[in-house]
Design a protein around this ligand. Structure first.
Ligand code: SAM
Length: 322
């Protein structure tokens, strides 16, 4: 069978199964099954597929038609221009989560500007926590943007941490990210201010671990970011099959209402941030009214809600009151 026919048949099969973005899905699976580039399949649609290529491709089409996400079939997803390994143990990184990175970088830059300091482009001396790291996408994107910052990536799921650690290794930033299995920040105890972040960087890089740490002592953070689970369990049946049956429940559901985790997340962030430290949280599409009041307290200042491209308040950020 030639490439053109295989693509047409794959698209038709996915469309008949009501798969969203069926053309793109068929194309991605064909690229993956044949190890060809997009340019090659469109410039030589008459090329014949080998028998194993064809079998592999139509087997993938069938699994996609049955609800398996493309990313679980190809094992990868792009985020912040970087290629991440994904498995059923982690949430597939979503494009809207890139706003968390944008807001974090903007707020750090704005804080320097306001303090009339030279902008700390490299993140030198900054200590950052990513709570609920999943695939590691936020921690790793920040490690790339702030190449001198020290990052602690936490997750309650050891299986997710294993994926995040592989991503950090492949993307060349294992030496600056410490992985910790923890319920929110429970496993981090705060050490005295005499341990400044630059020394900590050396301390952490001397402790590059093959498996997540079980507890750690750290000074206060400069930045805490999190995309916590925020879907309401009562809405589980309304989710697409790709999400409901293939992504980990621990990464999806924040509780019966969805926003339950934010209260502890914000209280723990307040206890672990330096004065003037920044918290940046991703929100569910309807979480703002429940979460915003948690940051409208004397502990926090400069509260900002940022919309995503669909106009939904997606990121809430604030500074720890000095
Ligand atoms: C919505 S996913 C976000 C994953 C990744 N940061 C991203 O943006 O794609 C939430 C993550 O939080 C983790 N998680 C859930 N409850 C947690 C808790 N109490 N403490 C720490 N991590 C938790 C899940 O295992 C999951 O990896």
């Amino acid at each position: 069978m030639d490439i053109r026919t295989a693509l047409k048949l794959g698209i038709a099969q996915l469309r008949a199964a009501n798969v969203p973005s069926y053309t793109l899905a068929a194309e991605l699976l064909l690229l993956y099954a044949t190890s060809r580039s997009r340019t090659s399949i469109y410039s030589h649609p008459e090329d014949q597929l080998s028998e194993p290529e064809s079998q592999n491709y139509f087997a993938l089409i069938e699994r996609r038609a049955a609800g398996v996400p493309v990313q679980h079939l190809t094992g990868k997803q792009e985020f912040w221009g970087l290629a991440f390994e994904v498995t059923p143990d982690v949430l597939v990184p979503r494009p809207e989560t890139e706003h968390v990175i944008e807001v974090a970088l903007d707020r750090l830059a704005f804080r320097d500007l306001r303090a009339k300091q030279k902008q700390n482009m490299s993140g030198k001396g900054l200590l950052v926590a990513d709570i609920g790291t999943g695939s590691g996408c936020i921690a790793i994107a920040l490690a790339k943007e702030l190449p001198a910052a020290t990052i602690c990536a936490l997750d309650i799921s050891p299986a997710a941490l294993a994926v995040a650690q592989r991503n950090a290794a492949r993307l060349g930033c294992s030496d600056r990210i410490t992985f910790l299995e923890s319920n929110l920040l429970d496993k981090i105890s705060v050490v005295g201010a005499q341990h400044a972040a630059p020394q900590l960087g050396n301390q952490l890089s001397a402790e590059v671990h093959d498996s997540p740490l079980t507890s750690h002592q750290l000074p206060l953070f400069d930045l805490i970011v999190s995309n916590p689970p925020y879907i309401a369990r009562r809405q589980a049946t309304t989710l697409a099959v790709e999400v409901r049956e293939h992504e980990p429940a621990i990464a999806l559901f924040g509780g019966e209402e969805g926003y339950e985790l934010y209260a502890d997340l914000i209280a723990q962030s307040a206890a672990h941030l330096k004065p003037g430290g920044i918290v940046v949280l991703e929100l569910g599409h309807d979480s703002l009214p429940a979460v915003r009041p948690l940051l409208e307290t004397p502990q926090w200042t400069n509260l900002l809600a940022t919309n995503d491209l669909a106009g939904i308040p997606r990121v809430l950020s604030a500074e720890r009151t000095p």
